[in-house]
Unconditional design. Structure first.
Length: 191
């Protein structure tokens, strides 16, 4: 059986983003475990704010189509989810909205295994944003989202100079999540 194909990205494109660091670390851990990892930045796929009139006039933007095809080619997806004002970032919500609107054949979101993590300078570790992202993916889109999540609080001091997590408990959460994602994708691939 081939190795699972896993897409990894962050819902933030800010330079030095804590969630960018979390996504990079997840990609590294997945690759060590022999996943076929694709790590992208949403900065490379700029999209206008979702607008039904724009969609009616000219269809989904080319970058939404590219992302849909990229998602389709994966078995699993790891999203590092920043939290803005106790919720999902506009960038991540807009990206998911546009991908869900692409009218090409194939399924980009419903038949994938999603794993979610967050890093935040606050004490909640992005948990409120994770809950919002989970709701959109599970309830709004019908995707399979793993129950385990990784939540990195005090993110300004949570990463060492090599990009690893300094807290053993949090590092263990990430390892368990990565393992669960690979197990679940392998299980889905065998069906």
């Amino acid at each position: 059986m081939r190795n699972p194909k896993i897409l990894v990205f962050s819902g933030s494109i800010r330079s030095g983003s804590f969630n960018g660091k979390l996504a990079a670390l997840a990609a590294k851990r997945l690759a060590i475990l022999d996943a076929d990892v694709t790590h992208v930045s949403l900065k490379d796929y700029p999209l206008p704010i979702y607008d039904g009139d724009l969609e009616s006039a000219s269809g989904a933007p080319e970058n939404a189509k590219k992302l849909k095809r990229l998602f389709e080619a994966q078995d699993g997806i790891f999203i590092a989810c920043p939290e803005y004002n106790a919720g999902i970032t506009p960038l991540l919500k807009n990206t998911l909205d546009w991908i869900s609107r692409v009218k090409e054949p194939g399924e980009a979101l419903k038949n994938k295994v999603f794993a979610l993590g967050a890093a935040s300078p606050g004490k909640f570790g992005g948990m409120r944003g994770l809950i919002g992202t989970r709701t959109i993916l599970e309830v709004g889109i019908g995707a399979l989202v793993l129950p385990q999540m990784v939540s990195v609080s005090a993110a300004a001091s949570a990463f060492d100079d090599k990009g690893g997590l300094t807290d053993e408990r949090t590092a263990g959460q990430l390892d368990k999540l990565v393992d669960a994602l690979l197990r679940a994708t392998r299980l889905e691939m065998s069906h």
